[in-house]
Design a protein around this ligand. Structure first.
Ligand SMILES: CC(C)(COP(=O)(O)OP(=O)(O)OC[C@H]1O[C@@H](n2cnc3c(N)ncnc32)[C@H](O)[C@@H]1OP(=O)(O)O)[C@@H](O)C(=O)NCCC(=O)NCCS
Length: 156
């Protein structure tokens, strides 16, 4: 088994979107129009490939989601937001999700962002806590799924 985790290029986009479709739209009933959004165009995407097939993905965008679930684009000193973390069903529990998350955090450090936030599905809270993210705010519903804000400081 050969796993490669790296930032995605344009030629990876179709495969990573197909994986997200499988995981979120087919697997979690997230509406397709919510799954893909305008932030994909400007995001840094990460992919994990197992023997050349995309089995993991996630993205980093420069900016934050505010309390009303609106995206506030980044400017100097603002945080980045990680999202769309997805690992193919058969590949879960083998460290691929963590490797994708670590790469996106490293990319945020490279970009000089002071912190990264994400909006975790409640069931995945432990996954992010293991990677140093701390919860903030109240639990809320998005696409019918319970979510919790989580943050990891990258400086200091
Ligand atoms: C959440 C998800 C990305 C995790 O990916 P994964 O490849 O299975 O996770 P890993 O194998 O890298 O796990 C890393 C660590 O987190 C732990 N972990 C994984 N999923 C967990 C969960 N749901 N709750 C608590 N801990 C979890 C693992 O046990 C492992 O712990 P260890 O370092 O002590 O061994 C994957 O389960 C997934 O794609 N789920 C469906 C989509 C989804 O819900 N995405 C999250 C949206 S916020």
């Amino acid at each position: 088994m050969r796993v490669e985790v790296r930032l995605a290029g344009p030629s990876d986009l179709a495969a990573l979107l197909a994986l997200r479709h499988d995981v979120f739209v087919l697997g979690q009933d997230v509406p397709e129009e919510l799954e893909r959004d305008e932030l994909d165009a400007a995001a840094d995407h990460a992919v994990a490939l197992l023997d050349g097939t995309v089995v993991g993905t996630g993205r980093l965008v420069d900016g934050r989601i505010d309390d009303d679930s609106r995206f506030v684009p980044g400017s100097e000193g603002t945080v980045g937001t990680i999202g769309r973390m997805a690992v193919a069903d058969a590949a879960r529990g083998t460290g691929i999700g963590r490797a994708v998350l670590d790469l996106l955090v490293a990319r945020a450090v490279e970009r000089g962002l002071p912190a990264v936030e994400l909006h975790a599905q409640l069931h995945a809270r432990g996954f992010y806590e293991r990677a140093g993210f701390l919860p903030f705010g109240e639990i809320y519903l998005e696409a019918g799924i319970e979510h919790l804000g989580m943050r990891r400081a990258l400086t200091g």
